[in-house]
Write a protein that binds this ligand. Sequence first.
Ligand SMILES: Nc1ncnc2c1ncn2[C@@H]1O[C@H](COP(=O)(O)OP(=O)(O)OP(=O)(O)O)[C@@H](O)[C@H]1O
Ligand SMILES: [Mg+2]
Length: 246
Amino acid sequence: MTTPADMHSSGAISKELFRQMAYNEKMAELGRISAGVVHELNAPLSLITSAAQMILREDDVPEFVREMVARISSEAHRLSQLTRGLLNFSGHDEVGGESDVNLTIDFVLDFVGFEAAQRAVLVSRQLDYSLPAISINSNSLKQILLNLVMNALQAMEQDGGTLLVQSHLTTDGRVRMAITDSGPGIPEATLSRIFEPYFTTKMEGEGTGLGLFVTKTLVEQDGGKIEVVSHPGQGACFSITFDALE
Ligand SMILES: Nc1ncnc2c1ncn2[C@@H]1O[C@H](COP(=O)(O)OP(=O)(O)OP(=O)(O)O)[C@@H](O)[C@H]1O
Ligand SMILES: [Mg+2]
């Protein structure tokens, strides 16, 4: 496997590495800013929710006002969930930890809801809610799933399609997550290269080609395994498998 040290010693890559470091720094900054924004948003959002609740408790509220206020309240609630999720997502990575697989899948799919709708992609989930937790930091698992889900959505850029996210226990007791899309699939010659750093088929400026390299590194760091099955014209299925926590 190519390590960052190998890449650095090859000289030609150091500019790319530098760009990646600058990008990471920018993302960390974005995290700090969003923590502030979330903090600012929380106070008005809870005011909206409690004012709505007070109106709904009145006796003589006309039905259509009641309906509108209930909608205001539920949208405010959804926004505060979203901002809290953002805060959680931008949080600092702790080492170790454990993750609830289905909660993380739900979080990532809610997070990309707009991206999916924009591409006319239908998202469905088949989750086994009796799954045990796994030993991986939840921010790492979010990043892994986000990379795989975004790749799937980007593959369906042109004609829309379906995205299926599954979680289940394997016959040997491991926890498996699978992300299946109905996009164009991956040709055989490309398939052997997708985990290489900087390998991308996207236009300049649209992809760094680091997504799957980082994803594979994160999965393997926590003892997991990543696999892909794809037949051109029939979409792609990426799966990740981890040991269950005792
Ligand atoms: N679900 C998919 N369907 C079709 N091709 C895919 C899929 N996922 C990955 N690929 C192929 O693998 C390549 C490498 O993916 P990777 O995530 O590493 O980089 P990228 O998506 O091109 O760029 P980045 O993730 O940095 O934005 C992609 O350019 C694409 O050709
Ligand atoms: Mg990608």
